[in-house]
Design a protein around this ligand. Structure first.
Ligand SMILES: [Zn+2]
Ligand SMILES: [Zn+2]
Length: 256
């Protein structure tokens, strides 16, 4: 690695105006750097049309773990209802082969994104990466299973294998309902909820579960990303909505 760095420095010094390999790498980094920031830091850019007038969602799933089309349609409708993107919201969907792990850390998930993501922000379009994986979160315990995580400013993962474990069986919610709930919950984290980049207009963060809303029927209640808690929230077979306080936070940060 050190030799490579030395060569790069030499190239940079002597080929200032040439198209050296190192410059190509630099420009690749410039394209991706704006999509590798902290969760919540692009909330205003996602919500408003100040900079970005359209949004593309890159949906990538491990073969056999595609989200339902109903959940994707619900997600797009949710984005249109909450954000200003006058030039449209589009979805690109494709599969990848399994990375073949039973458990994934967030570092694993970041590496998979870096190796497979193709959609990055352009001058007027903001890009979001939504990854649906096999296996489960390495943070799961005997009593709690994580279904989704928002881990960068425009990236979230859904542990679709865990979705399968907690849907479509006796006394469990329908799969599309559970998927829609977790997808919208994770997306709202990158929209800055709760107290996660969209400043709170009233005090409603759950201090026992940071970055979540303390209203137990709200989409941003902590239980809606955990297998153990989501069944209770979906008892009425309808998608949890944002409460008025979360909506006010989004509206104050440029959203609808
Ligand atoms: Zn959450
Ligand atoms: Zn709320």
């Amino acid at each position: 690695m050190r030799l490579k760095t030395t060569i790069r420095i030499i190239l940079f010094a002597f080929l200032l105006y040439g198209c050296s390999r190192s410059e190509l790498n630099d420009s690749e980094q410039n394209i991706t750097v704006n999509n590798k920031k902290q969760t919540g830091s692009s909330a205003h850019d996602l919500l408003s049309d100040d900079t970005f007038t359209s949004m593309v969602i890159e949906v990538v799933y491990v073969e056999g773990y595609a989200p339902t089309q109903t959940a994707i349609n619900n997600f797009v409708n949710f984005i249109k209802a909450r954000t200003y993107k006058p030039n449209g919201v589009s979805v690109q969907t494709r599969s990848i082969v399994s990375p073949d792990k039973l458990q994934y850390s967030i570092e694993d998930i970041r590496d998979i994104e870096d190796a497979n993501r193709t959609a990055y922000n352009t001058a007027s379009q903001i890009a979001v990466w939504a990854f649906f994986t096999d296996g489960e979160s390495d943070q799961n315990t005997d009593t709690s299973s994580i279904i989704g995580t928002a881990y960068r400013n425009t990236s979230f993962v859904i542990f679709e294998n865990t979705v399968h474990d907690f849907s479509n069986n006796n006394f469990e919610p329908p799969r599309d309902l559970l998927e829609t709930t977790v997808i919208e919950h994770e997306f709202c984290h990158i929209l800055g909820l709760t107290n996660f980049g969209s400043p709170m207009q009233s005090s409603h963060e759950d201090l026992d579960h940071e970055k979540h809303c303390n209203v137990d029927t709200c989409l941003m209640y902590w239980a809606s990303e955990f297998g153990s808690g989501i069944g209770n929230m979906l008892g009425s077979n309808s998608i949890p909505q944002l409460d008025s306080q979360c909506l006010a936070d989004l509206q104050a940060n440029g959203g609808k």
